[in-house]
Design a protein around this ligand. Structure first.
Ligand SMILES: Nc1ncnc2c1ncn2[C@@H]1O[C@H](COP(=O)(O)OP(=O)(O)O)[C@@H](O)[C@H]1O
Ligand SMILES: [Mg+2]
Length: 356
């Protein structure tokens, strides 16, 4: 086998295994050696089903790709060396021709990826698209609701004056009160129409403001620890929006703690990162961690959606607005949650000269 044909594969971060048409392994790149804890030299020439346990699904995928001479991806594969833990992988099988002296030899290229990794990428992409769609949906919906709402309220008011039996006023009052409540909700949904006023700012000033606001709201029982990276670069942003975004997240943490517990605010620099599909050399990570009960299972996928709340009397807008503000700064917000530890992470890009 020509090593020149394979040397390119050595550099790939994806785990790649090359098998011949009899399903004997010809080569594993270093990423695959790592993944399966095998050495390419030792396994060369050995049959796939000798090296791995339960290869039926994998063999079916290979068969499909070979018979149809096309690339085929199996998304749900459990694979591992005999006697070792199974890995949860996806595998893309691609028929290839390898140069072999003067002729060509048919072979199959298997690319393996961890499902978790792939799910994470897909989930982040989905969240980004969704939050943009959310934003538009909210604005349109709020506008659509506001207009007839004014009409309903006005008509109820007129009716209220005309009613002769006093006990009927109760009903018109309900209509008016509820219309006012909806109106206030719609106004909150439409608030971010103030144009952002970006300036170079120190994120720690934002965090300190939020900290003092929350400590004033929760004078007892809640401890806020700080773990700031003092060498943090400035970011370009709208201070009021960022305060609102962080405040919404920290207030949720405080509410989840129910007057007893600890919130940790930490900052650090992240290098070489892609945010909202753009690559940056530096970004700032702000982490808000609490030791409360965690986000209820039923809300896990939806906490950023508008009007999703797990609290009595909650508006379900806090995280939607936080996400909107962070996205307007070309950043992303995400979270990890388990009972006893919930962390929201806000990543904000550091725009550099020549970088945008
Ligand atoms: N740190 C947290 N710990 C536990 N649950 C949380 C946390 N942050 C958010 N949540 C859950 O997410 C829901 C949505 O939050 P949010 O969008 O701010 O709306 P609201 O606070 O009005 O309910 C909350 O009601 C709560 O159930
Ligand atoms: Mg909230």
């Amino acid at each position: 086998m020509t090593s020149a044909a394979l040397s390119g594969l050595d550099l790939l971060p994806t785990a790649v295994v090359l098998v011949d048409v009899r399903l004997a392994v010809r080569y594993m790149n270093p990423a695959a050696e790592n993944l399966f804890e095998m050495s390419s030299k030792n396994v060369a020439g050995q049959a796939l089903d000798r090296l791995f346990a339960d290869t039926a699904v994998l063999q079916a995928a290979i068969g499909y790709a070979r018979d149809n001479n096309c690339s085929y991806t199996e998304h749900d594969l459990e694979l591992g060396a005999s006697g070792r833990t199974r890995l949860h992988l996806s595998c893309t099988v691609t028929p290839v021709e390898l140069p072999n002296g003067e002729a060509h030899e048919d072979a199959l290229l298997l690319e393996f990826r961890h499902i978790e990794q792939q799910l994470k990428i897909a989930r982040e992409e989905r969240m980004l698209d969704q939050s943009q769609a959310n934003r538009e949906l909210i604005r349109n919906l709020a506008h659509e609701i506001k207009n007839p709402l004014g009409g309903i309220r006005g008509a109820a008011q007129l009716l209220d004056r005309e009613l002769e039996r006093p006990n009927l006023h109760e009903y018109t009052q309900v209509i008016m009160k509820e219309a006012d409540r909806l109106q206030a909700l719609m106004d909150r949904l439409l608030t971010p129409h103030r144009l952002p006023q970006p300036a170079q700012l120190n994120v720690h000033e934002v965090l300190e403001r939020v900290r003092s606001l929350i400590l004033a709201e929760y004078p007892r029982g809640i401890v806020i620890r700080r773990d700031y990276d003092v060498s943090l670069p400035l970011v370009k942003g709208d201070k009021e929006q960022l305060i609102q975004a962080v405040l919404n997240v920290v207030r949720n943490a405080a509410q989840a703690l129910q007057d007893r517990g600890e919130i940790r605010l930490s900052t650090r620099v992240v290098r070489q990162i892609t945010l909202a599909r753009r690559r940056y050399r530096h970004a700032i990570a702000v982490e808000i961690t609490d030791n409360g009960p965690g986000i209820p299972e039923a809300l896990r996928e939806r906490v950023f959606h508008p009007l999703v709340s797990g609290r009595e009397g909650g508006s379900g807008l806090g995280l939607t607005l936080a996400q909107n503000f962070v996205n307007q700064h070309h950043g992303v917000i995400s979270y990890e949650s388990a009972p006893g530890e919930t962390t929201f992470t806000i990543l904000l890009p550091v725009e550099e000269a020549g970088n945008g």
